[in-house]
Design a protein around this ligand. Structure first.
Ligand SMILES: Cc1cc2nc3c(=O)[nH]c(=O)nc-3n(C[C@H](O)[C@H](O)[C@H](O)COP(=O)(O)OP(=O)(O)OC[C@H]3O[C@@H](n4cnc5c(N)ncnc54)[C@H](O)[C@@H]3O)c2cc1C
Length: 507
């Protein structure tokens, strides 16, 4: 199974009417499209940039119940997320893996307190529990977390959650959607709704590669655009009241000399009550995250100086070797799509998802989290099918195994052709990974390859900038770009990548 944009575009144009059009190619949109296609509904998904360019490519990479929601007493949400965690471990075993977490304890009562909390977490997971939590001695804590600050360390609490690669799971969802007859398209921006007698009958979308405008008809349209939800709702009804509040979270990426382990560290008692993780991921350590209300909605949000200082400060308290700004390999920021509540502090808002249907029948699904994307898709399709009067069909995604793409190809990726050559000394990605991303995974730009099909931009921004010309030349040969396009691609990528470098002037 593979994704070919030209073929998918032909399919999109050849259908007279779709059962469901989904707008947005993040976790929510692709989850909805997979659900709809797997029920046998004719499904088209339109993403204005690349799959995962929005919030879904910028997560902490955890499939988890959410220990902090447990602390807020949101048992229903934790329960739902733990159920979904269990399903994902079964349905995407190549991409979602169990991960050990340790909470380091520096006060004598913390072991008992957090130990009890984690036993509640175990109980909520019931038979979906990965392994029971337990308290650890000081020696065991140090053994699991080499690099942790040992001053006054009393021990720790071990618990289990799961980890994934967010944009790789999106590729898997797009492949699954296509394998079920759905059509997922990137670089298709929805610019208007088609309406008849006040009811939405489809969308107008512009192909950002050619500038061509297309009109797609549909029985129902689902708005799954995350932080852009209100913009689409206003496009439908200029009088609609805003329902979203964005909250920014940033991550610092460090090399493993700061915490050389396959165990994640969780700090539940920061200065302002946030939770901070140090997560081993693709040979690096992700430190995050923050939670700052933001009014400016941007596909490339900028980390704040205060956020960077906050994470460096906390990392210094909990790690034996304090990271400095120049040690940071990459900084990335994302905006959580939270549904407005009457409280101002975003960390105390509910992270549950919300479904709304407008007067003209636009179905909006938003909020929630990556972990619950499947449930969000199920709920959205149940409602959309009702709105459109589609024949009732049961959801099958609870048990649906997700597809992964071809691992190798066509003889051209063997060692004799240099395809297994590494792109950069600091990374395991090879030329074959670039080719695979272009041929089978619908990567269209250098940024798609370096930020989302591979994760080089997130793992080491300077290394990603260094390899951009090589990536562009491989892509040029494969996609038939002229020299001008190749040069523009590198320049455009470099401009975006600058703000992942810690020396960039942050706000
Ligand atoms: C810092 C951070 C860390 C997080 N960590 C975790 C975690 O570890 N685990 C977890 O479970 N959750 C996590 N979350 C939450 C999770 O990432 C989000 O809830 C989820 O990714 C939201 O997905 P979405 O599809 O709704 O939005 P998005 O991923 O933003 O997708 C919306 C898409 O709509 C597209 N779009 C917008 N307008 C149009 C248009 N006109 N036409 C076509 N397409 C359009 C955008 O380009 C975008 O790709 C985290 C969030 C943040 C910010």
């Amino acid at each position: 199974m593979s994704l070919n944009r030209d073929q998918l575009l032909d399919e999109a144009r050849s259908s007279e009417i779709w059962d469901i059009i989904v707008i947005g190619g993040g976790a929510t949109g692709l989850g909805t499209a997979v659900d709809a296609a797997s029920r046998g509904y004719q499904t088209l998904l339109l993403e204005s940039h690349d799959f995962g360019k929005g919030t879904s490519g910028r997560s902490t990479k955890l499939i988890h119940g959410g220990v902090r929601y447990l602390r807020q007493g949101n048992i229903k949400m934790v329960n739902k997320a733990l159920r979904e965690r269990g399903r994902l471990l079964k349905n995407a075993p190549d991409l979602v893996k169990p991960l050990r977490f340790v909470i380091p304890c520096y006060k004598w009562w913390h072991k008992a307190w957090y130990g009890a909390g984690m036993r509640v977490y175990d109980a909520l997971a019931r038979k979906l529990s990965i392994a029971p939590s337990r308290t650890l001695s000081r020696e065991d804590t140090i053994a699991f977390l080499p690099g942790i600050n040992t001053d006054n360390l009393r021990g720790g609490v071990e618990y289990w959650d799961a980890q994934f690669d967010d944009t790789r799971l999106l590729v898997s969802l797009a492949l699954t959607c296509a394998s079920l007859g759905g059509v997922p398209l990137n670089y298709m921006r929805v610019t208007d709704f088609v309406k008849e007698r006040g009811r939405i009958q489809g969308v107008v979308a512009v192909d950002k590669e050619t500038g061509t405008s297309h009109s797609f008809r549909s029985r129902v349209v689902v708005n799954a655009t995350g932080i852009f939800t209100d913009g689409l709702r206003r496009m439908d009804d200029p009088a609609s009241k805003p329902m979203m509040q964005a909250a920014q979270g940033i991550h610092l990426v460090l090399d493993p000399s700061f915490l050389s382990t396959d165990t994640a560290v969780m700090v539940p008692d920061t200065d302002d009550g946030r939770v901070i993780f140090g997560v081993p991921w693709n040979g690096r350590i992700l430190v995050g995250t923050t939670d700052t209300p933001r009014n400016r909605i941007d596909l490339e949000p900028l980390a704040g100086e205060d956020e960077i200082s906050y994470l460096l400060d906390h990392a210094s308290r909990y790690l034996a070797k304090a990271p400095r700004r120049e040690d940071v390999l990459s900084i990335y920021a994302g905006l959580r799509p939270l549904v407005k509540a009457h409280r101002s502090k975003t960390k105390s808002m509910s992270r549950d998802h919300t479904l709304r249907v407008s007067k003209s029948s636009l179905v909006t699904i938003t909020g929630g989290k990556w972990t619950t994307y499947r449930q969000m898709g199920e709920d959205a399709v149940n409602r959309a099918a009702k709105v459109a009067g589609l024949p009732k069909k049961s959801c099958i995604t609870r048990e649906l195994r997700l597809k992964t793409g071809p691992k190798d190809d066509a003889g051209s990726m063997d060692s004799s052709t240099g395809m297994d050559e590494k792109l950069h000394g600091s990374s395991s990605y090879t030329r074959a990974d670039i080719l695979r991303a272009v041929r089978y995974e619908m990567a269209r730009t250098v940024e798609d390859v370096l930020a989302r099909r591979t994760r080089m931009l997130f793992l080491d921004a300077r290394a990603a900038i260094a390899v951009a010309p090589t990536v562009a030349s491989i892509m040029a040969a494969e996609l038939g770009w002229d020299q001008d396009r190749e040069t523009r691609e590198v320049a455009r990528f470099n401009e975006t990548a600058q703000q992942y470098i810690p020396s960039y002037p942050f706000s």
